[in-house]
Design a protein around this ligand. Sequence first.
Ligand code: ADP
Length: 389
Amino acid sequence: MTTRPPREMLEIRRELMAFADIGIYRYTMDGTVLHMDRTTLRILELDDRFADPAQVVGKNIADLFEYELPPGALRKQVQETEEVRSYEYSFRTLDGTSKCCLHDSRMVHDHESNQDTIQVITRDITALKHVQDQLTETNQDLAQANAELQSLDELKNNLLANVSHELRSPLVSVRGYADLIMSGLSGPVNVEQKRQLQIIVTNVGRLTAIVDELLDAAQLDRSGSVLQASPCDINGLVEAALLTVTPKSSQRSIELEPDLTGDLPRILADPRLLSQVLVNLLTNAIKFSEPGGHVIASTSVTPDGGVCIAVADNGIGIPAKDLERIFDRFYQVDSSSTRHYTGLGLGLTLSRDIVHRHGGTLTVESTVSESTTFRVVLPPAPSKALEPE
Ligand code: ADP
Protein backbone atom coordinates (compact mmCIF):
# COMPACT_ATOMS: atom_id res chain seq x y z
CA MET A 1 0.00 0.00 0.00
CA THR A 2 1.27 3.48 -0.82
CA THR A 3 1.63 5.86 2.09
CA ARG A 4 -0.02 9.26 1.64
CA PRO A 5 2.23 12.34 1.68
CA PRO A 6 1.79 14.53 4.79
CA ARG A 7 -0.80 17.31 4.59
CA GLU A 8 1.69 20.22 4.32
CA MET A 9 3.45 18.45 1.44
CA LEU A 10 0.16 18.24 -0.41
CA GLU A 11 -0.39 21.92 0.24
CA ILE A 12 3.05 22.84 -1.11
CA ARG A 13 2.48 20.67 -4.17
CA ARG A 14 -0.89 22.32 -4.81
CA GLU A 15 0.61 25.80 -4.50
CA LEU A 16 3.48 24.92 -6.84
CA MET A 17 1.12 23.55 -9.46
CA ALA A 18 -1.10 26.61 -9.26
CA PHE A 19 2.01 28.80 -9.55
CA ALA A 20 3.15 26.88 -12.63
CA ASP A 21 -0.39 27.12 -14.01
CA ILE A 22 -0.78 23.35 -14.11
CA GLY A 23 -4.23 21.90 -13.40
CA ILE A 24 -5.08 18.42 -12.21
CA TYR A 25 -8.34 16.49 -12.34
CA ARG A 26 -9.54 12.92 -12.18
CA TYR A 27 -12.51 11.12 -13.63
CA THR A 28 -13.89 7.61 -13.85
CA MET A 29 -13.80 5.48 -16.94
CA ASP A 30 -17.37 6.53 -17.79
CA GLY A 31 -16.44 10.21 -17.53
CA THR A 32 -17.71 11.13 -14.02
CA VAL A 33 -15.49 13.80 -12.46
CA LEU A 34 -14.03 12.68 -9.13
CA HIS A 35 -11.77 15.63 -8.49
CA MET A 36 -10.88 18.92 -10.16
CA ASP A 37 -8.67 21.70 -8.84
CA ARG A 38 -9.19 25.43 -9.17
CA THR A 39 -6.47 25.87 -11.84
CA THR A 40 -8.21 23.31 -14.06
CA LEU A 41 -11.50 25.10 -13.52
CA ARG A 42 -9.87 28.31 -14.77
CA ILE A 43 -7.90 26.72 -17.60
CA LEU A 44 -11.05 25.05 -18.90
CA GLU A 45 -13.00 28.30 -18.39
CA LEU A 46 -15.52 26.64 -16.13
CA ASP A 47 -14.97 29.12 -13.29
CA ASP A 48 -17.77 31.49 -14.31
CA ARG A 49 -20.29 28.65 -13.99
CA PHE A 50 -18.82 26.88 -11.00
CA ALA A 51 -17.47 29.00 -8.17
CA ASP A 52 -16.08 25.97 -6.39
CA PRO A 53 -14.38 22.97 -7.99
CA ALA A 54 -16.41 20.74 -5.68
CA GLN A 55 -19.50 21.70 -7.72
CA VAL A 56 -18.06 19.89 -10.75
CA VAL A 57 -17.56 16.62 -8.90
CA GLY A 58 -20.15 14.05 -9.95
CA LYS A 59 -20.78 15.74 -13.32
CA ASN A 60 -19.88 13.97 -16.54
CA ILE A 61 -17.06 15.68 -18.44
CA ALA A 62 -19.00 15.17 -21.68
CA ASP A 63 -21.62 17.65 -20.31
CA LEU A 64 -19.06 20.31 -19.42
CA PHE A 65 -17.74 20.97 -22.92
CA GLU A 66 -18.93 21.04 -26.43
CA TYR A 67 -16.59 18.13 -26.96
CA GLU A 68 -15.78 15.39 -24.55
CA LEU A 69 -12.57 16.03 -22.67
CA PRO A 70 -10.36 14.25 -23.20
CA PRO A 71 -11.83 12.53 -26.23
CA GLY A 72 -12.81 8.88 -26.19
CA ALA A 73 -9.81 7.97 -28.32
CA LEU A 74 -7.45 9.26 -25.66
CA ARG A 75 -9.39 7.46 -22.94
CA LYS A 76 -9.01 4.21 -24.86
CA GLN A 77 -5.33 4.85 -25.36
CA VAL A 78 -4.80 5.50 -21.65
CA GLN A 79 -6.66 2.28 -20.87
CA GLU A 80 -4.39 0.34 -23.22
CA THR A 81 -1.03 1.88 -22.33
CA GLU A 82 -1.75 3.14 -18.80
CA GLU A 83 -0.07 6.46 -19.59
CA VAL A 84 -0.25 9.01 -22.43
CA ARG A 85 2.04 12.02 -22.32
CA SER A 86 1.95 15.39 -24.12
CA TYR A 87 -1.41 14.84 -25.75
CA GLU A 88 -2.39 18.06 -27.47
CA TYR A 89 -6.09 18.64 -27.41
CA SER A 90 -8.08 21.47 -28.98
CA PHE A 91 -11.64 21.97 -27.89
CA ARG A 92 -14.32 24.58 -27.56
CA THR A 93 -15.78 25.68 -24.23
CA LEU A 94 -19.58 26.01 -23.97
CA ASP A 95 -19.33 29.78 -24.59
CA GLY A 96 -17.57 29.02 -27.89
CA THR A 97 -13.97 29.92 -26.95
CA SER A 98 -11.34 27.80 -28.72
CA LYS A 99 -8.73 26.45 -26.40
CA CYS A 100 -5.74 24.16 -26.64
CA CYS A 101 -4.40 22.14 -23.72
CA LEU A 102 -1.58 19.71 -23.26
CA HIS A 103 -2.54 16.64 -21.22
CA ASP A 104 -0.47 14.06 -19.44
CA SER A 105 -2.92 11.29 -18.55
CA ARG A 106 -2.46 8.07 -16.61
CA MET A 107 -4.53 5.30 -15.14
CA VAL A 108 -4.82 5.41 -11.38
CA HIS A 109 -6.66 2.77 -9.34
CA ASP A 110 -8.97 4.38 -6.80
CA HIS A 111 -8.91 2.14 -3.71
CA GLU A 112 -11.90 3.78 -2.01
CA SER A 113 -14.30 3.07 -4.86
CA ASN A 114 -12.19 0.15 -6.14
CA GLN A 115 -12.25 1.31 -9.74
CA ASP A 116 -9.82 2.47 -12.43
CA THR A 117 -9.74 6.22 -12.96
CA ILE A 118 -7.92 8.57 -15.29
CA GLN A 119 -5.80 11.30 -13.74
CA VAL A 120 -4.99 14.24 -16.02
CA ILE A 121 -2.43 16.97 -15.63
CA THR A 122 -3.30 19.82 -17.93
CA ARG A 123 -1.61 23.01 -19.15
CA ASP A 124 -3.18 25.79 -21.18
CA ILE A 125 -1.08 26.19 -24.35
CA THR A 126 -3.59 28.33 -26.29
CA ALA A 127 -1.28 31.38 -26.32
CA LEU A 128 1.72 29.22 -27.21
CA LYS A 129 -0.22 27.62 -30.06
CA HIS A 130 -1.17 31.02 -31.32
CA VAL A 131 2.48 32.09 -31.42
CA GLN A 132 3.37 28.76 -33.04
CA ASP A 133 0.70 29.28 -35.72
CA GLN A 134 2.02 32.78 -36.36
CA LEU A 135 5.56 31.42 -36.61
CA THR A 136 4.45 28.74 -39.05
CA GLU A 137 2.74 31.41 -41.13
CA THR A 138 5.85 33.64 -41.04
CA ASN A 139 7.96 30.63 -41.99
CA GLN A 140 5.74 29.92 -44.97
CA ASP A 141 5.97 33.58 -46.05
CA LEU A 142 9.74 33.44 -45.69
CA ALA A 143 9.96 30.22 -47.70
CA GLN A 144 7.91 31.82 -50.44
CA ALA A 145 10.04 34.99 -50.42
CA ASN A 146 13.11 32.77 -50.55
CA ALA A 147 11.77 30.85 -53.55
CA GLU A 148 11.02 34.14 -55.31
CA LEU A 149 14.52 35.41 -54.58
CA GLN A 150 16.00 32.20 -55.90
CA SER A 151 14.11 32.44 -59.15
CA LEU A 152 15.13 36.11 -59.47
CA ASP A 153 18.73 35.07 -58.85
CA GLU A 154 18.41 32.44 -61.56
CA LEU A 155 16.93 35.03 -63.91
CA LYS A 156 19.83 37.39 -63.17
CA ASN A 157 22.36 34.59 -63.80
CA ASN A 158 20.76 33.70 -67.09
CA LEU A 159 20.72 37.35 -68.10
CA LEU A 160 24.35 37.73 -67.07
CA ALA A 161 25.38 34.62 -68.98
CA ASN A 162 23.42 35.55 -72.10
CA VAL A 163 24.52 39.19 -72.20
CA SER A 164 28.16 38.25 -71.59
CA HIS A 165 27.97 35.60 -74.27
CA GLU A 166 26.44 38.03 -76.76
CA LEU A 167 29.10 40.65 -75.97
CA ARG A 168 31.94 38.22 -76.49
CA SER A 169 31.47 37.53 -80.20
CA PRO A 170 31.51 41.19 -81.37
CA LEU A 171 34.54 41.81 -79.14
CA VAL A 172 36.43 38.96 -80.80
CA SER A 173 35.53 40.42 -84.16
CA VAL A 174 36.68 43.97 -83.22
CA ARG A 175 39.95 42.54 -81.90
CA GLY A 176 40.47 40.47 -85.05
CA TYR A 177 39.92 43.41 -87.41
CA ALA A 178 42.05 45.77 -85.31
CA ASP A 179 44.88 43.21 -85.43
CA LEU A 180 44.40 42.83 -89.19
CA ILE A 181 44.57 46.58 -89.84
CA MET A 182 47.58 46.89 -87.54
CA SER A 183 49.41 44.15 -89.45
CA GLY A 184 49.18 46.31 -92.59
CA LEU A 185 47.59 43.51 -94.63
CA SER A 186 44.56 45.67 -95.49
CA GLY A 187 46.65 48.65 -96.53
CA PRO A 188 49.42 50.89 -95.19
CA VAL A 189 49.07 52.13 -91.59
CA ASN A 190 51.01 55.13 -90.32
CA VAL A 191 52.67 55.35 -86.89
CA GLU A 192 49.92 57.45 -85.31
CA GLN A 193 47.22 55.09 -86.62
CA LYS A 194 49.17 52.15 -85.21
CA ARG A 195 49.34 53.84 -81.80
CA GLN A 196 45.59 54.46 -81.83
CA LEU A 197 44.87 50.90 -82.94
CA GLN A 198 47.02 49.65 -80.08
CA ILE A 199 44.77 51.59 -77.66
CA ILE A 200 41.73 49.90 -79.23
CA VAL A 201 43.33 46.45 -78.84
CA THR A 202 44.30 47.10 -75.20
CA ASN A 203 40.79 48.24 -74.30
CA VAL A 204 39.15 45.40 -76.18
CA GLY A 205 41.41 43.10 -74.15
CA ARG A 206 40.16 44.71 -70.92
CA LEU A 207 36.55 44.43 -72.00
CA THR A 208 37.06 40.78 -72.93
CA ALA A 209 38.57 40.08 -69.49
CA ILE A 210 35.53 41.68 -67.80
CA VAL A 211 33.10 39.74 -69.96
CA ASP A 212 35.03 36.53 -69.26
CA GLU A 213 34.84 37.16 -65.52
CA LEU A 214 31.07 37.75 -65.73
CA LEU A 215 30.68 34.61 -67.81
CA ASP A 216 32.70 32.60 -65.30
CA ALA A 217 30.55 33.90 -62.44
CA ALA A 218 27.33 33.05 -64.22
CA GLN A 219 28.62 29.64 -65.26
CA LEU A 220 29.73 28.73 -61.75
CA ASP A 221 26.37 29.79 -60.33
CA ARG A 222 24.62 27.64 -62.89
CA SER A 223 26.78 24.55 -62.76
CA GLY A 224 26.11 23.88 -59.08
CA SER A 225 28.82 21.84 -57.42
CA VAL A 226 29.90 19.76 -60.41
CA LEU A 227 33.69 19.45 -60.36
CA GLN A 228 35.85 17.74 -62.98
CA ALA A 229 38.18 16.55 -60.25
CA SER A 230 41.28 14.41 -60.78
CA PRO A 231 44.48 13.83 -58.76
CA CYS A 232 46.50 17.02 -59.33
CA ASP A 233 50.14 18.03 -59.07
CA ILE A 234 49.63 21.27 -57.16
CA ASN A 235 53.20 22.54 -57.65
CA GLY A 236 52.71 22.13 -61.41
CA LEU A 237 49.52 24.20 -61.27
CA VAL A 238 51.26 26.95 -59.25
CA GLU A 239 54.17 27.04 -61.72
CA ALA A 240 51.77 27.29 -64.66
CA ALA A 241 49.84 30.10 -62.95
CA LEU A 242 53.11 31.98 -62.28
CA LEU A 243 53.97 31.66 -65.96
CA THR A 244 50.55 33.04 -66.95
CA VAL A 245 50.94 36.20 -64.86
CA THR A 246 54.63 36.79 -65.65
CA PRO A 247 53.92 39.34 -68.45
CA LYS A 248 51.78 41.37 -66.00
CA SER A 249 54.41 41.27 -63.26
CA SER A 250 57.19 42.29 -65.68
CA GLN A 251 55.03 45.15 -66.96
CA ARG A 252 54.64 46.45 -63.40
CA SER A 253 58.24 45.60 -62.34
CA ILE A 254 57.07 43.19 -59.66
CA GLU A 255 59.23 40.25 -58.73
CA LEU A 256 57.57 36.82 -58.71
CA GLU A 257 59.10 34.13 -56.54
CA PRO A 258 58.04 30.50 -56.24
CA ASP A 259 58.73 28.76 -52.91
CA LEU A 260 57.47 25.25 -53.56
CA THR A 261 57.74 22.32 -51.19
CA GLY A 262 58.84 19.15 -52.97
CA ASP A 263 57.00 15.88 -52.38
CA LEU A 264 53.55 17.40 -52.09
CA PRO A 265 50.75 14.84 -51.92
CA ARG A 266 48.51 14.75 -54.97
CA ILE A 267 45.20 16.47 -54.34
CA LEU A 268 41.82 15.77 -55.86
CA ALA A 269 40.97 18.97 -57.71
CA ASP A 270 39.50 20.46 -60.86
CA PRO A 271 42.73 21.76 -62.47
CA ARG A 272 40.96 24.32 -64.67
CA LEU A 273 39.05 25.87 -61.77
CA LEU A 274 41.95 25.72 -59.33
CA SER A 275 44.22 27.42 -61.90
CA GLN A 276 41.60 30.15 -62.18
CA VAL A 277 41.86 30.71 -58.40
CA LEU A 278 45.66 30.84 -58.48
CA VAL A 279 45.80 33.22 -61.45
CA ASN A 280 43.24 35.43 -59.74
CA LEU A 281 45.16 35.58 -56.45
CA LEU A 282 48.45 36.24 -58.26
CA THR A 283 46.85 38.90 -60.50
CA ASN A 284 45.51 40.67 -57.40
CA ALA A 285 48.86 40.42 -55.64
CA ILE A 286 50.51 42.09 -58.66
CA LYS A 287 47.72 44.62 -59.15
CA PHE A 288 47.72 45.79 -55.53
CA SER A 289 51.51 46.08 -55.21
CA GLU A 290 53.67 49.06 -56.04
CA PRO A 291 56.40 48.73 -58.72
CA GLY A 292 59.42 47.03 -57.16
CA GLY A 293 57.11 44.88 -55.04
CA HIS A 294 57.58 41.22 -54.29
CA VAL A 295 55.08 38.36 -54.68
CA ILE A 296 55.76 34.88 -53.30
CA ALA A 297 53.73 31.80 -54.21
CA SER A 298 54.45 28.97 -51.80
CA THR A 299 53.14 25.47 -51.18
CA SER A 300 53.27 23.30 -48.06
CA VAL A 301 51.73 20.18 -46.57
CA THR A 302 49.06 20.74 -43.91
CA PRO A 303 49.05 18.72 -40.64
CA ASP A 304 46.18 16.54 -41.92
CA GLY A 305 48.03 15.68 -45.15
CA GLY A 306 46.33 18.26 -47.35
CA VAL A 307 48.01 21.13 -49.19
CA CYS A 308 48.27 24.84 -48.47
CA ILE A 309 48.97 27.30 -51.28
CA ALA A 310 49.89 30.79 -50.11
CA VAL A 311 50.13 33.91 -52.24
CA ALA A 312 51.87 36.71 -50.35
CA ASP A 313 52.63 40.25 -51.44
CA ASN A 314 54.11 43.35 -49.84
CA GLY A 315 51.59 45.69 -51.46
CA ILE A 316 48.99 48.15 -50.22
CA GLY A 317 47.31 45.70 -47.80
CA ILE A 318 43.65 45.49 -46.79
CA PRO A 319 42.09 47.35 -43.83
CA ALA A 320 40.85 44.99 -41.07
CA LYS A 321 37.24 46.13 -41.52
CA ASP A 322 37.27 44.95 -45.15
CA LEU A 323 38.96 41.59 -44.64
CA GLU A 324 35.80 39.48 -44.72
CA ARG A 325 33.82 41.74 -47.05
CA ILE A 326 36.29 41.43 -49.93
CA PHE A 327 34.84 37.95 -50.54
CA ASP A 328 31.39 39.47 -51.16
CA ARG A 329 30.18 39.82 -54.71
CA PHE A 330 31.29 43.11 -56.34
CA TYR A 331 32.94 44.33 -53.11
CA GLN A 332 36.08 46.38 -53.56
CA VAL A 333 37.99 48.21 -50.83
CA ASP A 334 38.10 51.26 -53.06
CA SER A 335 34.87 51.44 -55.01
CA SER A 336 35.07 55.17 -55.75
CA SER A 337 34.87 56.42 -59.30
CA THR A 338 38.42 57.76 -58.92
CA ARG A 339 39.97 54.39 -58.02
CA HIS A 340 42.93 53.46 -60.14
CA TYR A 341 42.62 49.66 -59.86
CA THR A 342 40.64 47.90 -62.56
CA GLY A 343 38.33 44.97 -61.84
CA LEU A 344 34.78 43.98 -61.00
CA GLY A 345 35.08 42.70 -57.46
CA LEU A 346 34.07 39.20 -58.52
CA GLY A 347 37.39 37.33 -58.50
CA LEU A 348 37.54 36.54 -54.77
CA THR A 349 33.86 35.57 -54.63
CA LEU A 350 34.48 33.11 -57.43
CA SER A 351 37.75 31.91 -55.93
CA ARG A 352 36.25 31.22 -52.51
CA ASP A 353 33.29 29.47 -54.14
CA ILE A 354 35.64 27.24 -56.15
CA VAL A 355 37.80 26.43 -53.11
CA HIS A 356 34.70 25.61 -51.03
CA ARG A 357 33.53 23.26 -53.76
CA HIS A 358 36.80 21.44 -53.28
CA GLY A 359 36.05 21.10 -49.56
CA GLY A 360 38.80 23.62 -48.79
CA THR A 361 39.14 27.11 -47.33
CA LEU A 362 40.35 30.43 -48.69
CA THR A 363 41.49 32.88 -46.01
CA VAL A 364 43.33 36.17 -45.90
CA GLU A 365 45.68 37.95 -43.51
CA SER A 366 46.79 41.50 -44.11
CA THR A 367 48.41 44.58 -42.64
CA VAL A 368 47.77 47.88 -44.39
CA SER A 369 50.80 49.22 -46.30
CA GLU A 370 52.79 46.11 -45.37
CA SER A 371 51.60 42.78 -46.67
CA THR A 372 48.73 40.52 -47.69
CA THR A 373 48.67 36.73 -47.73
CA PHE A 374 45.87 34.63 -49.19
CA ARG A 375 45.87 30.92 -48.25
CA VAL A 376 44.10 28.15 -50.10
CA VAL A 377 43.91 25.02 -47.96
CA LEU A 378 42.77 21.86 -49.72
CA PRO A 379 41.92 18.62 -47.92
CA PRO A 380 43.89 15.41 -48.59
CA ALA A 381 42.52 13.22 -51.35
CA PRO A 382 40.82 10.02 -50.15
CA SER A 383 43.46 7.30 -50.75
CA LYS A 384 41.03 5.37 -52.96
CA ALA A 385 40.79 8.32 -55.35
CA LEU A 386 44.56 8.19 -55.94
CA GLU A 387 44.70 4.47 -56.81
CA PRO A 388 45.38 3.75 -60.50
CA GLU A 389 42.24 2.49 -62.31
P1 ADP B 1 38.84 42.86 -58.14
O1 ADP B 1 40.29 42.52 -58.00
O2 ADP B 1 38.31 42.63 -59.51
O3 ADP B 1 38.49 44.20 -57.59
P2 ADP B 1 38.47 40.71 -56.25
O4 ADP B 1 37.22 40.04 -55.82
O5 ADP B 1 39.53 39.87 -56.80
O6 ADP B 1 38.01 41.82 -57.26
O7 ADP B 1 39.02 41.52 -55.00
C1 ADP B 1 38.15 42.30 -54.23
C2 ADP B 1 38.90 43.42 -53.54
O8 ADP B 1 39.77 42.89 -52.54
C3 ADP B 1 39.79 44.22 -54.44
O9 ADP B 1 39.08 45.22 -55.14
C4 ADP B 1 40.78 44.82 -53.43
O10 ADP B 1 40.17 45.93 -52.80
C5 ADP B 1 40.92 43.71 -52.40
N1 ADP B 1 42.11 42.86 -52.66
C6 ADP B 1 42.15 41.63 -53.21
N2 ADP B 1 43.42 41.15 -53.22
C7 ADP B 1 44.20 42.09 -52.68
C8 ADP B 1 45.61 42.19 -52.38
N3 ADP B 1 46.48 41.22 -52.68
N4 ADP B 1 46.05 43.33 -51.76
C9 ADP B 1 45.19 44.31 -51.45
N5 ADP B 1 43.87 44.28 -51.70
C10 ADP B 1 43.37 43.20 -52.29
